[in-house]
Design a protein around this ligand. Structure first.
Ligand code: ATP
Ligand code: MG
Length: 247
């Protein structure tokens, strides 16, 4: 166990990096995941390692969209499991969503390690292991989903998703909520609700919004979703990165 001094100015970033490293050591996160983490850190640094206003609005819209859904699913990969397993379980409870493991580099060992990790953090029903459904127009391994999970979902939260798969899910008619620190990423570009924020800040904030919106009626939730403009959110994030604007 590495000790990270809490008074270090970049404590959160060091903690995040350490969690990913631990994830790799425990067979939860792939080595590719280390590279993805590095890309994310660079964008987060440029954003000032904070939740910009447009991201908070996106997180509120995401909460409303998840509450409106008939069958919402939260997709979990190796980075997500290493960084925010308890927070994902909490969000699933707040919006009554399924949790499904969905790996770009799928191996039986990693699927099992992630499922065990999620169960350790209180997940009761972890999907993704059956893999009896397919996303059309993707090669075999990358296409696997559970027929009664992502296969049957109307709204899917896909954090740190590969652009190709995000696009294919959109073509299936799923409403996609993407969390990705890179506003230029294809995944963010194809999302109905792109959230340009670090997943460690985004997930708990979506949960807070969902708890606050629990008493809102259908029309109020629909209004929040309709008022959200994905292009404007991406533009605001890009401006914040390029110009340091307080978007
Ligand atoms: P492209 O979308 O440009 O084709 P890619 O999706 O193939 O690239 P990856 O490295 O696989 O590239 O994607 C990882 C994405 O996840 C990056 O855009 C990175 O910014 C983002 N990311 C990494 N860590 C986090 C995090 N903690 N929170 C939010 N986003 C993150
Ligand atoms: Mg991407």
């Amino acid at each position: 166990e590495i000790e990270i001094p809490e008074d270090h100015p970049r404590y959160q970033s060091l903690l995040t990096r350490h969690r990913i490293e631990e994830g790799v050591n425990r067979g939860i996160t792939s080595k590719q995941g280390l590279i993805a983490e590095g890309r994310g850190e660079a964008f987060d640094y440029l954003l000032g390692e904070r939740t910009i206003e447009s991201a908070d609005a996106a997180e509120r819209a995401a909460a409303a969209q998840l509450l409106l859904a008939d069958h919402p699913v939260l997709s979990v990969n190796g980075n997500v499991a290493a960084l925010v397993a308890p927070e994902i379980v909490d969000l699933a409870e707040a919006v009554d969503a399924d949790i499904e493991i969905n790996l770009f580099n799928r191996t039986a060992e990693r699927m099992e390690a992630i499922a065990a990790h999620l169960r350790d953090h209180g997940a009761e029903n972890v999907k993704g292991l059956t893999a009896d459904g397919r996303i059309p127009n993707l090669s075999h391994e990358r296409a696997k989903v559970d027929a009664d999970g992502i296969g049957a979902a109307d709204v899917v939260l896909v954090p740190l998703e590969d652009g190709d798969r995000a696009e294919a899910l959109g073509e299936m008619g799923k409403t996609e909520i993407v969390i990705d620190l890179n506003p230029l990423s294809r995944s963010a570009q194809v999302a109905a609700i792109p959230i340009v924020d670090n997943i460690i800040r985004a997930i708990p904030n979506i949960t807070d919004h969902a708890r606050e919106l629990r008493t809102a009626d259908h029309d109020q939730l629909a209004e929040i979703v309709a008022a959200f403009d994905p292009e404007a959110a991406l533009a605001a994030a890009e401006a914040a990165i390029r110009e340091g604007e307080l978007a």
